[in-house]
Design a protein around this ligand. Structure first.
Ligand code: PGA
Length: 246
């Protein structure tokens, strides 16, 4: 009943010209996809990709959005800027933003509330570090990220959550399908307890972290996993299209 969503997170890869090439290669490969297909591209690629995806089933996403409408926020991008450029989805609170750019649950929350108010579809990332997993803190960490990061969200069904264990990102180490399923079930339970039980059943929760053409099938066959946020494997049209077709 939840439509799967596969989103590519290109991170800081591809110039506008390269982006256009990749999307043009991708279009025919994913045209019959049964899931929602999204590419979250660097800011400078947005106009080129918006043009390239026209008339296709590929949706356009960005990798961050600021919470203010405009103003003195050097290096940031507003929701209106993204919307005017044709952006529909936006990744918020990726662990790399949290780790390298001081993103906190509080700023994640502000960005998410702004995205929703403006009509962007947020993909909000949560996930524990290896140390947190090994010391039994996974559930407490995820609960805090969900409760604080999504505070005051009125319609939680409009949010896509991406569960990305930090130790699995870009490392080639995936969570086992069972581990991912179990943790995503916990996230859904947390949403049920803190928002509403009925809505929790509708929220799409992706897995992310070294998901690729080889392991996507097993992950996607788990009942709680509603798609993937794909980094490295989204940079090759063939690989990404295999994940999309799982
Ligand atoms: P990865 O990245 O697939 O390269 O591990 C996923 C992500 O960080 O979104």
């Amino acid at each position: 009943m939840r439509k799967p969503i596969i989103a590519g997170n290109w991170k800081m890869n591809k110039t506008a010209a390269e982006a256009k090439e990749l999307v043009n290669e991708l279009k025919p490969l994913v045209k019959d996809a049964e899931c929602d297909v999204v590419v979250c591209v660097p800011f400078t690629d947005i106009y080129a990709v918006a043009e390239a995806v026209k008339g296709s089933n590929i949706r356009l996403g960005a990798q961050n959005v600021h919470f203010a409408d405009h103003g003195a926020f050097t290096g940031e991008i507003s929701a209106d800027m993204l919307l005017e450029a044709g952006v529909e989805y936006v990744i918020i609170g990726h662990s790399e933003r949290r780790q390298y750019f001081g993103e906190t649950d509080e700023t994640v929350n502000k960005r998410t509330l702004t995205a929703l108010a403006k009509g962007l579809k947020p993909i909000v990332c949560v996930g524990e570090s290896l140390e947190e997993r090994e010391t039994g803190k996974t559930e407490a960490v995820l609960k805090a990220q969900i409760v604080n990061g999504l505070k005051d969200v009125e319609d939680i069904t409009k949010v896509v959550v991406a569960y990305e264990p930090i130790w699995a990102i870009g490392t080639g180490k995936t969570a086992t399908a069972e581990q991912a399923n179990e943790t995503i079930a916990f996230i859904r339970k947390t949403i049920a307890e803190n928002f509403c039980p009925k809505c929790a059943e509708k929220v799409r929760i992706q897995y992310g972290g070294s998901m690729n053409a080889k392991n996507a099938h097993e992950l996607m066959s788990m009942p709680e996993i509603d798609g993937g946020l794909i980094g490295g494997a989204s940079l090759k049209a063939e690989d990404f299209s295999i994940v999309v077709k799982m």
